[in-house]
Design a protein around this ligand. Structure first.
Ligand SMILES: *Cc1c(COP(=O)(O)O)cnc(C)c1O
Length: 428
């Protein structure tokens, strides 16, 4: 019989990996607070929050309790024709937390599906207004998920549009924002975006973007004025604005939602990842009454979407508990403390000849190297250092759970420093 790891290697796909030449995997047996325990007993400090999700840490008593309480009454019922307290309470909370104009909520299964739903809402909105509009405009270097609609709005090179040419809708990509957050703003930065929008606005259904932080497409932080100008231009040409807050939402950037850095409210907002505190998959799309009304005027007179596991009660219950924890507002101090330490510990790495840039915003720290890292070797190095950091391309980045202690955080930043002093491993 194959060992578990051998079976995994031969039969199970992992994210973005080859089935024939997979990178090694580490088996986790437990996760507690900010620590992952591997099957061999070793303990790793978690720098990833399981891809932006586990903001309150693992095995949290209040999140556990929410799931086990909910389990006693029901784990799931269909949402067609039925409703329940966990969904209602969650949507009440989301309506309260987001901008005052956002009030109609659609619950979906994952981030990518939320993006599909948002794009479908925009197309259906225009149908309701008697127009056919199928194009979306965005910036280069975005990431919106791995389903086809989401891919079609993600960076054309990173998401390899070439591979699916002819199958992907062709959308419009403006040059990506390169003024860094906190940098000097120059009005000319918007020209490319503004020109493209002006030339094409009669065919565009919506602008879709990640507010302030472009995540998986390059971990780039851009100036809030971009977002302000995009909002103004969308208003000018009466185009919808979709904010994909799936990575940035729930405090990660230092504001509850990243759009608040620019003081703007989108017409449609996607949320996911940290929504359930990293417990299970759930996403939400929230929009305005105006958009919902137009959709109800469309040919079908309704919004034609309804996943089997829509509003799963277990997921909704744990999301309510996670948002309740957030509403106690400790996250603000936690994220500010993390930001301070990341700045203090990571900025000196700029002195390394292997480092091109260091960026910190809220509870996100990014070290951009001059060359792509050797993922397999560097991953192994980090595990030996007792940390869980998952680099990709030229990016070594941290987005730890908000509850991380200063000592744990310094273990993570020290491990990155150590990696940079072992270039034959890191880049080898
Ligand atoms: C992760 C992510 C998605 C996709 O979410 P999944 O739950 O992985 O489908 C979409 N948009 C952004 C900005 C993301 O970071």
């Amino acid at each position: 019989m194959l060992s578990d790891l051998e079976f995994d290697r031969r039969h199970i796909w992992h994210p973005y990996t080859s089935m024939t030449q997979p990178l090694p995997c580490y088996s986790v047996s437990r996760a507690q607070g900010v620590e992952l325990q591997l099957a061999d007993g070793s303990i790793l400090v978690d720098g990833m929050s399981s891809w932006w999700a586990a903001i309150h840490g693992y095995n949290h008593p209040r999140l556990n309790q929410a799931v086990s309480e909910q389990l006693k009454s029901m784990s799931h019922v269909m949402f067609g024709g039925l409703t329940h307290r966990p969904a209602i309470e969650l949507c009440r909370r989301l309506v309260d937390m987001t901008g005052s104009e956002l009030e109609c909520v659609f619950l979906a299964d994952s981030g990518s599906v939320a993006v599909e739903v948002a794009m479908k809402m925009a197309v259906t909105y225009w149908q309701g207004k008697g127009q056919i509009r199928h194009r979306f405009m965005t910036f280069k270097h975005g990431y919106h998920g791995d389903t086809f609609g989401a891919m079609s709005a993600s960076d054309p090179e990173n998401s390899m549009h070439r591979l699916y040419q002819g199958y992907l809708p062709s959308n419009l990509f403006a040059e990506s924002p390169d003024v860094i957050f906190g940098g000097q703003w120059q009005e000319g930065e918007m020209d490319n975006f503004a020109d493209m929008l002006e030339r094409n606005h009669t065919t565009i259904a919506a602008v879709i973007l990640e507010p302030i932080v472009q995540g998986a497409g390059g971990m780039r932080f851009y100036h809030p004025n971009y977002l302000k100008r995009v909002r103004q231009l969308c208003d000018k040409y009466q185009i919808l604005l979709i904010a994909d807050e799936i990575a940035t939402g729930f405090g990660r950037t230092g504001q509850l939602f990243a759009c608040q850095h620019a003081g703007i409210v989108p017409d449609i907002q996607c949320m996911g990842k940290a929504l359930t505190g990293g417990y299970m998959t759930l996403s939400a799309v929230i929009t305005t009454r105006e958009v919902a009304d137009a959709i109800s005027q469309s040919e079908a007179k309704c919004f034609m979407h309804g996943p089997t596991f829509m509003a799963n009660p277990l997921a909704c219950a744990v999301a309510c508990a996670s948002l309740a924890l957030l509403s106690e507002n400790r996250w603000q101090q936690q994220v500010a403390d993390i930001e301070l330490i990341l700045n203090r510990q990571l900025k000196p790495l700029l002195n390394s000849e292997y480092v091109k840039d260091v960026r910190v915003l809220g509870a996100i720290g990014v070290v951009e190297t001059v060359r792509p890292v050797n993922m397999a070797k560097l991953q192994q190095f980090f595990v030996k250092q007792g940390v869980w950091i998952r680099p990709f391309g030229r990016l070594i980045y941290l987005m730890p759970p908000y509850i991380i202690s200063p000592e744990q955080l310094v273990r993570l930043t020290d491990a990155i420093g150590n990696a940079l002093s072992e270039p034959e491993i890191t880049f080898g």
